[in-house]
Design a protein around this ligand. Sequence first.
Ligand code: GLC
Length: 551
Amino acid sequence: MTAPHTPSAWWRSAVVYQVYPRSFADGNGDGIGDIAGLRARLPYLADLGIDALWINPWYPSPMKDAGYDVADYRAIEPLFGTLAEAEALLHEAHALGLKVLLDIVPNHCSDQHVWFQQALRAAPGSPERDRFVFRPGKGVNGDTPPNDWVSEFGGPAWTRTTNADGQPGDWYLRIFAPEQPDFNWDNPDVLAEFETTLRFWFDRGVDGFRIDVAHGLVKAAGLPDVGPRSLPAHEDAHHPHWDLPGVHAIYRAWRKIADSYADPRIFVAEAWVHPGDRLARYVRNDELHTAFNFDYLVAPWRAEQLRASITGTLAAHAQVGAPATWVLSNHDVAREVSRYARPQTAAPLRWLDDLLSQPADFALGLQRARAASLLMLALPGGAYIYQGEELGLPEVEDLPDAVLQDPMFAQTGRKSRGRDGCRVPIPWEGAQPHFGFSPPTSAPPWLPQPAAWAALSVSAQSGVAGSTLSLYRQALQLRRSDIGLGGYGLQWLPSPEGTLVFSRGSGFVCMVNVSAEPLALPAGAKVLLNSGALDAQGRVPADTAVWLQTE
Ligand code: GLC
């Protein structure tokens, strides 16, 4: 039986911290973060005031896409540790009151996954090949891909195989890197295999999963060409491989598994779909619990766009009784300090490539990012914090070509700088790299940290009034107190153009000034927290947010 979206369930208003394990903390000194490092830093996370962690893929992987090419879904990548360490981590996190979400990657696996290796050895038309999407090529020699689909990382979405006799063979579909073959979700083996994987981790106490590319699993029958289209893929309701209605049956089945546990487990969808009512379909009562709201992530720092995104999201989620899930950044997008450092035109900003040609004011970017975090944490629903966001880390925009590892860089013929700039290891302490990321004498971090990050390290900001880390700690502490941030109501209050002012609960007010004009506080309001200094008249200056208790 499906447990309804219980009003009091923890996940409805949880703050989840995203741990990108290879960049969080390195316990064994090889320059790559691991489970030992994460375990040692759990007290930091508990102290920050979050409710749960989401750990990016930690499964055995050839790392062609930083672990999103999974070779074995029910084991731990040796670079990160062992299954026993993973179990110890779960136990320790739970003891600290933290839930743990993992990342499940159902759209594709690694080309080293045993099934894909079997499929390559098997004949065209075999059951082994039917677990993936193999097709003959077009043209006289079959040397043209089966259709016109393109990879998310650049180039065609198909790779040709070689037959046992050395002759070119069929092609396989891979929407991402060539080493990430797409599964065929019409094949019952695939369904059964993922259900086994969910149970494997749930049985070990995992509290839920983030679902990678949740809108991609099902492909249109006959694999029709995309052809010329007027809408971008994530807005196109008739795209042949994004957001097909068939995905929902899969998630209904997964929900039943999650609900079969005495302590029901939860899901969060990574689904880049637009508009909000399409996203809301993923969080219907018998489907997934939550879904990232990426419209909000890419919204520029402009009052009218932020307000429209908030209002639209809340309305769409209310239709299905699900809470919204707010997020400002993750391991796939340029960090918000650097996005907000750029001129904020109406166009959404997502990748580092969108930013590089624009002038930057990083102090302004940080000021806006701090205000954005108070706005996000005051909204009804859940929120995700990407590691380093609480330190105000910027994107690292000048990583040398030689260290770039994201397949986007190579697959676009080095045109895209990819996503490595938001994946640089966390600075914990000390005056120079590796900033306590690794034990004292260790290999250098897998991506170099900027020297200027000394001032942004956890120890440099801890206990420092006004630091970004202190701001997050205070905000998270207040959010857990009784100031009125539980519940789902949000009421917009009249306010000048370029500002966002709303109340929650009884007497809590959030004011965000996105305009150039200072914004006066309501009479008698008590300031609970502010993202930056108020002006000499006690008003909220540009690019600043305040939390207030009013009468
Ligand atoms: C998701 C992940 C991203 C990965 C891609 C392919 O978008 O967040 O990092 O490259 O899926 O698995």
